[in-house]
Design a protein around this ligand. Structure first.
Ligand SMILES: Cc1ncc(COP(=O)(O)O)c(C=O)c1O
Length: 452
């Protein structure tokens, strides 16, 4: 296979960017400490399932813009709709007509909910859901699964991570954690804080669930846990929030709550719903959402999301075009078929190299992940970084998760499997001799670390 070795412009970019932008990027998970030294520092453009770096190197894209690009980069039917909207202007003093069109369209997909509010970021909508729950219940505490990776850049979530500098302890104390998919640990939390928890928030399922997380529900896990957790929360007087930021338009169309007929009070949406454009949404039961309204004369007003750019028309148009493509082509079925093929082909390649004990392919067809272990069976960030380095050298931008999109083809999966086959020859040697012999630079580091 080809070898990518020229990172000249990337190295120059890396040498200046940290003087200009703290972290060198606007998202920590896009930062230099999340990639090997031999990697692109910045992307110049993308088309379909491919991206090009600033040195002109071309890569098969696997993470797809932090999972946000569900159809493909620069996907023409979305661009067409966006261009048409851009030509009409993007921001007005009163709402644009397109806000009603989107509200009616999106809510028609989510029969559980009657009202919707838009935003530009996922963190904005999860934080808005938390605020609504506090306003509705008059309680302070928010419960989330402490073993899940991310819910918001706001203090209610970040205060509970090791990376909590700048968040007062009083704020961190208002969030409490339970173990994901573990109803007993959630029940314990309600017993520990009687009458104090305003809401439970959780992702409805995670790709790791594809492995069977060892919980007593087995394959029924996401659905039964969600049903029992909602019942428990409601019995305890708390609201239940489902965060479909990652699962939305991936596990199902529009998401897991519709797949399983789950009835949370509030649900948050983002990432893949507008093919990478900045459009996110909070949907919910009318009675709760109406708290953010202005027509109940005499009622106390709750200041819900209110921002200059929340109704930006071209991003809403991108969302409408994305929804239309998902409906026209059954995109979810395509993406799942690609995910299935990815799982099968890579398991074959791994078995051929005798590495089935060291590399797991988690069978979540909507977003398969690979987990790399060392000779002692411990998950190894050094080996994962080495795999990233070797895959990048062969033209594949891969960090461990493969996010199927409508532009990925079976040929792309074959290309990936071929690159993985060659990479595993290095992996076998690294298992014996240590990854340090083969990795240039440092292993990637956790985003949420206390000390740099
Ligand atoms: C489950 C989940 N919720 C919320 C967010 C926040 O979304 P955003 O990055 O758009 O603020 C993320 C982002 O990764 C997420 O994965």
């Amino acid at each position: 296979m080809q070898r990518i070795t020229n990172f000249t412009k990337s190295n120059e970019y890396r040498s200046v960017i940290h003087d200009l932008i703290p972290g060198g990027a606007h998202t920590y998970s896009r930062g230099d400490d999340q990639f090997p030294a031999l990697s692109p520092a910045a992307i110049s453009h993308g088309k379909g399932a491919y991206v090009w770096d600033i040195d002109g190197n071309k890569y098969l894209d696997c993470p797809m813009g932090l999972t946000s690009v569900s159809l493909g980069h620069a996907y023409e039917p979305v661009l067409e709709r966006v261009r048409a909207e851009l030509a009409k202007g993007v921001n007005f003093q009163r709402p644009s007509y397109i806000e009603r069109e989107m509200a009616e369209t999106f809510l028609s997909l989510v029969p559980q909910h009657q009202m919707i509010k838009f935003a530009k970021n996922g963190s904005t909508v999860t934080t808005a859901a938390v605020k609504l729950a506090r306003g509705y219940t008059g309680r302070k505490l928010i419960a989330f699964p402490g073993d899940h990776p991310f819910y918001s850049f706001d203090d209610w979530f970040i205060g509970k991570t090791p990376c909590n500098l700048g968040v007062p302890d009083e704020i961190s104390a208002l969030s409490v954690t339970y173990k994901g998919c573990d109803i007993d640990s959630l029940r314990e939390l309600f017993n520990q804080y009687p009458g104090q928890i305003a809401a439970v928030i959780t992702e409805p399922e995670r790709n790791a669930c594809g492995n069977g997380c060892g919980c007593p529900y087995g394959k029924e896990a996401p659905k039964r846990f969600l049903q029992e957790a909602i019942e428990l929360a409601h019995n305890e007087g708390a609201l239940f929030i489902v965060d479909e930021m990652i699962t939305g338009f991936k596990t199902h169309f529009p998401g897991t709550i519709v797949k399983y007929g789950i009835e949370p009070d509030l649900t948050t949406w983002g990432k893949g719903i507008a093919n990478g454009f900045s459009f996110c949404a909070l949907t919910g039961r009318k009675e709760v959402m109406e708290l953010g309204g202005i027509r109940n004369k005499g009622a106390e007003k709750l200041f819900l999301i209110s921002s200059t750019h929340g109704g930006e028309t071209h991003a809403i148009a991108a969302g409408l075009a994305t929804i239309s493509e998902f409906m026209k082509h059954n995109v979810v079925a395509h993406n799942h078929a690609i995910g299935e093929r990815f799982i099968a082909r890579n398991r074959e390649v791994i078995a051929r190299h005798g590495l089935s004990d060291y590399i797991e392919v988690v069978p979540a067809q909507w977003m398969p992940i690979m987990i790399f272990k060392d000779a002692n069976g411990e998950v190894s960030s050094g080996l994962r970084t080495l795999v990233m380095q070797e895959m990048i050298a062969r033209g594949v931008l891969f960090q461990g998760a493969f996010v199927p999109c409508f532009s990925h083809t079976e040929d792309d999966v074959e290309f990936f499997a071929e690159a993985m086959g060659e990479t595993l020859e290095v992996f076998v040697r690294a298992l014996e001799n240590g990854f340090e012999q083969y990795l240039v630079g440092e292993p990637v580091k956790p985003v949420f670390r206390k000390v740099l």
